[in-house]
Each structure stands twice: as structure tokens, then as C-alpha cells.
Design a protein. Structure first.
Length: 217
């Protein structure tokens, strides 16, 4: 996918969806469903330290600039941004049920392009870094909420492992890490084996890879 201006910014969606029904916990349209998807977690590096040192207006400018850079890249590669959580971004890519599904390649390319943009572009006068994790599998997808407030989201072990995986980016020095399931869908020849790691909440250790970061042709 070609993008002549990889750092082009536009306003990301910041608000969850409101509904007008009762105050009971409910599911709104679209209905909850189980889908095969790639889950992406993108987390701004050292944001806590940054937010403790900068004036509040500067912190907001950094965070908004980061979202304005990253969200359009995810969407340009076919991703769906579900939540902005503090300095983190949760997104999914569909069409990844098998190795030939385009969702995995698009997710890898989006992660690569995000890192490229962060390296090329100044955000509020600063160079930012982020850790990105990718995992593929079955997730529960849909709108969940209480009262008039609902949010489109994904839940399940795949989401949990992706979150845990992202925390390894800083420890391993890798800007992008992927699970074994994701690595096998894009081909192990396209990945670098990092090691096997234990994750809180998971009984078995997990193989972790880093993708070779060229953009898919």
C-alpha cells in the first residue's frame, strides 16, 4: 500500500457511542459475535515520565499529536480503531482467518508504517517512540455498555495476550513484537525469533517473534 505522505494527520475518533435505552447492561447493534481478527496494541513509550515533567497543555498536545499520527495509519491499512486508552491504542484487523487472509499482512504493514512515521515526524516538537504488539485468533467483538453508554470493543484471551506481549517491547528493545500464531500466518521466514516467555494469567509459555519490517508488496 502506497502512502505519499505517511505522516499525514487527521482527527481520530475520540468518543464512544451513546445509546438511548435503559440503564441496564446491554448489547447494542452490531450484536456480539465471535470473529477471527488480528489484535493490535500500540502504547506510547515513557508517557508517564513525560506527563510528570511537562505542563498539562504540552502533555495534551503530545497525546493528541500521537493519536493524530497513528490512528490514520491504522485506518489507511484497513484497521479498525476500537479504543484510545490513556496513551494506548487498541485496534483490530479483519480477514485473517488463514495465512492467505490479507488482515495479517495489513496489520504488519500498519505497525511498520507507524514506527516509520514516529521516526520521521516530530510530534509537538518531540520524537516519540511506541511499542506495538500483534496477535491473531478468535475474539468476542461487539458493542457492550451500561445505560446510555456503549463502546465497541473486543475481549478474550487473544486480547489479553496482546496486551501482555506489548509490555515486552521495551524489555527486548523491539519496537514490534508478534505472537507465534501471528508469525505463522505471515510466515516464520518473515519473522525473527525472540524467545519463549512466561506471561501472567497464562499457564504455558509463549513464543515471541519480531517481524522483518519491510512493507508487503
Amino acid at each position: 500500500m502506497t502512502n505519499n505522505n505517511p505522516c499525514h494527520r487527521r482527527q481520530p475518533p475520540l468518543a464512544a457511542t451513546d445509546t438511548e435505552d435503559s440503564d441496564q447492561i446491554k448489547v447494542a447493534s452490531p450484536a456480539i459475535e465471535r470473529v477471527e481478527a488480528v489484535v493490535m496494541f500500540c502504547d506510547l513509550r515513557d508517557f508517564t515520565t513525560l506527563s510528570n515533567r511537562l505542563p498539562q497543555d504540552d502533555v495534551i498536545a503530545v497525546l493528541q499529536g500521537y493519536f493524530n499520527l497513528v490512528v490514520p495509519v491504522i485506518e489507511a491499512f484497513g484497521g479498525e480503531v476500537l479504543q484510545l486508552i490513556g496513551d494506548g491504542i487498541l485496534a483490530i484487523f479483519h480477514d485473517c482467518a488463514n495465512r492467505n487472509g490479507p488482515g495479517c499482512a495489513r496489520a504488519k504493514d500498519a505497525a511498520t508504517q507507524i514506527q516509520r512515521c514516529l521516526n520521521m515526524c516530530s510530534v509537538a516538537g518531540r520524537t516519540l517512540q511506541a511499542g506495538i504488539a500483534l496477535h491473531a485468533g478468535e475474539v468476542i467483538y461487539g458493542e457492550i455498555g451500561a445505560g446510555r453508554r456503549t463502546s465497541l470493543t473486543v475481549i478474550g484471551p487473544v486480547v489479553n495476550l496482546t496486551s501482555r506481549l506489548e509490555t515486552l517491547c521495551h524489555l527486548t528493545g523491539q519496537p514490534i513484537l508478534v505472537s507465534s500464531a501471528f508469525a505463522r500466518r505471515i510466515g516464520l521466514a518473515n519473522c525473527l525469533y525472540i524467545g519463549r516467555f512466561e506471561f501472567k494469567g497464562f499457564d504455558e509459555s509463549q513464543e515471541v517473534y519480531a517481524p522483518l519490517r519491510q512493507i508487503t508488496g
